[in-house]
Design a protein around this ligand. Structure first.
Ligand code: C2E
Ligand code: CA
Ligand code: CA
Length: 523
């Protein structure tokens, strides 16, 4: 149900805008809220991690403090207390003693000798480094407690630290920083500048030890959180749909005749009805006239004379006729094989359409739906509203004629067409208005008018169709006076496509005037 008019497009754009408005307005708000909630989340997590690492370091500090008085003592006497502290403090992996800038005794190896540089220790207390020979690939954090004779060291296994950092949300990153070095939750140690996170960045430093914890997310906050925020998005989308529906309803309700016609056109409410035209001699169905009906959702079927004048006045008649032609062709094309060759299909064309070059393309599209020669397309121009024979109009009619399109002058006798007019437009058929047909059987004077019209038609050597034939008397009279084609309730009322198709089949089979179609059949 795509809009076919600029007005329809505008209406749909409004509906779309209203439907998307909650999302458009809501997204930046959501993004801002998402960033804030990410930051709050990161802040909570770094605080938690700082607490955990502090507890671990308290453990190491306990061990180091207990061992500090032993700094400088002979290693043989210190090895046992060093090991005792490892056993007592669960997070401590090893302990060692330093004197005169040498690490001389360790819980792991006993007497030992390794250089010691205080510069490696942040605030003289903490050192983070990648690994040692005992546990390659595992970072270590060393706590140092200074004493008169040197210092005591307690080493924490990086796995405990990694566990503390890994407690954060799955997609959050946490880093532990000690001086120039930092480690990740995966246990990687680096001393490059700290990486910056795209969103939700937070940091907390320990009050007790010289370290900090950083957290953040790689993805920009909005998408990260918004994607996780489906319920909110769904709510916004639902709000949008509801607003769109309200807007659509409102637009359908209120509106000028033009708006209402445009809406109906977009909704496909203008549909073709078909009324057969029969040969006066044997009642064979030689063609049909396509008559527009408006299937109004509230008022039911609306007669064309109630809305066609509005459609002409507001310029919608051209797209409406185009839609009618498409629908008529789509209905007839599948049964084209069962129609007689040269089956006439009459389309009523408003004067405005005759000045519109798109008429050629409309007719081309119509004819393209049928095998060549199967359909005779006839444009019916009413005599009530004569088309001005401007050069461009005549040129347009020349092109239509070259395509095989024929012209009928509708409501003949009610207007003022002249001989030169009929000639200029190269009219092929005259349709005698039903008001003259209704004179049959009435006073002689009125009938003379009809006789003169029929005589004129005969002289002009044009095909003649009599409209509004309702009685057998009228049928006999017209057939007897040489009127070739008849159209009227006596043969068939205008009917929807499906009823019309079965009617044409029956008409073809019997080749006699088919009885009136009952109201029930019209659906
Ligand atoms: P029209 O072109 O003269 O169409 C014939 C009208 O006479 C139709 O009325 C048809 O239903 C009616 N009619 C047919 N047989 C009888 C009969 O035996 N007795 C009586 N009393 N009436 C009969 P409808 O369908 O209401 O159309 C009215 C007019 O609206 C048409 O008159 C035509 O001028 C206009 N119209 C209909 N469809 C279109 C269209 O697609 N485009 C344009 N521009 N005008 C249309
Ligand atoms: Ca007509
Ligand atoms: Ca007519």
């Amino acid at each position: 149900m795509l809009p076919r008019t600029p007005q329809g497009i505008t209406q749909w754009l409004w509906v779309l805008l209203v439907a998307l408005l909650p999302l458009i307005l809501g997204l930046p708000l959501l993004a801002w809220q998402a960033e804030r909630s990410l930051q709050a989340q990161s802040a909570r997590e770094v605080t938690l991690a700082v607490q955990q690492v502090t507890t671990i370091l308290d453990n190491a500090a306990n061990a180091a403090r207990a061992l500090a008085p032993l700094a400088g003592v002979d290693c043989a006497d210190a090895t046992l207390p060093l090991r005792e502290q490892v056993t007592r403090n669960p997070y401590v992996r090893s302990t060692s003693l330093v004197a005169a800038n040498r690490l001389y005794c360790s819980s792991l190896y006993g007497p030992f000798d390794e250089g010691f540089s205080l510069e490696n220790y942040t605030d003289g207390r903490l050192r983070l480094f990648a690994a040692d020979a005992v546990t390659p690939g595992r970072p270590l954090l060393v706590y140092r407690e200074a004493a008169a004779g040197g210092s005591a060291l307690a080493t924490v296994d990086g796995q405990h630290l990694a566990n503390a950092l890994a407690a954060a949300e799955a997609d959050a990153h946490m880093l532990l920083q000690v001086g120039p070095a930092w480690m990740t939750a995966q246990g990687l140690v680096d001393s490059a500048p700290l990486p910056r996170f795209a969103s939700g960045q937070a940091q907390a430093a320990s009050g007790r030890y010289p370290f900090s914890v950083y957290a953040g997310y790689d993805q920009p906050a909005p998408w990260h959180r918004l994607l996780g925020g489906y319920p909110t998005l769904a709510l916004l989308a639902a709000l949008g749909v509801a607003a769109g529906v309200v807007c659509y309803r409102q637009q359908r309700r209120a509106g000028s005749p033009r708006q209402e016609l445009g809406r109906a056109l977009d909704a496909g409410e203008f549909v073709p009805f078909f009324q057969t035209v029969v040969a006066s001699t044997d009642g064979a169905c030689t063609g049909a006239e396509v008559l527009m009906r408006w299937r109004h959702p509230r008022d039911g079927l609306v007669r064309p004379d109630l809305f066609i004048p509005y459609a002409e006045a507001c310029g919608l008649i051209v797209p409406m006729t185009r839609s009618l032609m498409r629908q008529a062709a789509a209905a007839l094309a599948p049964v084209a094989h069962s129609l007689e060759d040269g089956f006439h299909v009459g389309i009523n064309v408003a004067a405005a359409h005759c000045r519109d070059p798109s008429l050629v393309a409309d007719c081309e599209a119509f004819l393209a739906m049928f095998p060549p020669g199967r359909i005779q397309l006839v444009l019916e121009l009413t005599e009530r509203e004569l088309v001005t024979p401007a050069p461009e109009t005549l040129e347009l009619f020349g092109r239509l004629r070259a395509m095989g399109v024929r012209i009928a002058l509708d409501d003949f006798g009610t207007g003022h067409s002249s001989l030169s007019y009929l000639h200029q437009f190269r009219v092929d058929y005259l349709k005698i208005d039903q008001s003259f047909v209704a004179m049959i059987g009435s006073q002689a004077l009125s009938r003379h008018i009809l006789d003169s019209i029929i005589e004129l038609c005969a002289k002009l050597e044009l095909g003649v169709v009599a409209e509004g034939v309702e009685t057998e008397e009228q049928q006999r009279y017209l057939a007897g006076h040489g009127v070739g084609y008849l159209q009227g309730y006596l043969f068939a009322r205008p009917m929807p496509a499906d009823v019309f198709l079965s009617h044409v089949r029956a008409c073809r089979l019997h080749r006699v005037p088919v009885p009136l179609v009952s109201a029930a059949e019209l659906g």
